[in-house]
Design a protein around this ligand. Structure first.
Ligand code: I3P
Length: 109
């Protein structure tokens, strides 16, 4: 699965709140491949290599949990992703349908 996702980092590894200055929203092209959610700067091209920056932004979603971000109301179609290493991301999809699809696909892994 792939598509545009806006990302906000809410908690870092170990569960500590992401500090000011790193809490902004950022637009990515997301690609879910196996157990990894790649957050890429540029659009998906099937044959292109993954850049170093894209590897840095990749999120391992094994034992992660995706839920609707019911406690976040500033933006629509936002899901909350909790990873196994206690990071928390808010991910904004382009529509309600897309958000539900991401939640379903992430939790299936
Ligand atoms: C953050 C940025 C986010 C904002 C966040 C700020 O600043 O303005 O957009 O979240 O508020 O800290 P920075 O880019 O300097 O990290 P919202 O868009 O959700 O308001 P927060 O600290 O209340 O999460």
């Amino acid at each position: 699965k792939h598509g545009v996702l806006n990302r906000k980092s809410h908690a870092d590894m170990d569960g500590k709140r992401t500090p000011r200055g790193r809490r902004g929203w950022k637009k990515f092209y997301a690609v879910l491949k196996g157990m990894i959610l790649f957050l890429q700067k540029d659009e998906y091209k099937p044959d292109s290599d993954i850049s170093e920056v894209d590897v840095k932004n990749a999120v391992r979603i094994h034992h992660a949990l995706a839920t609707r971000a019911t406690d976040y109301s500033k933006r629509a179609n936002v899901l909350k992703l909790k990873t196994s290493d206690w990071r928390v991301f808010l991910l904004q999809a382009s529509s309600e349908e897309e958000m539900m699809s991401w939640i379903f696909r992430i939790n299936l892994v």
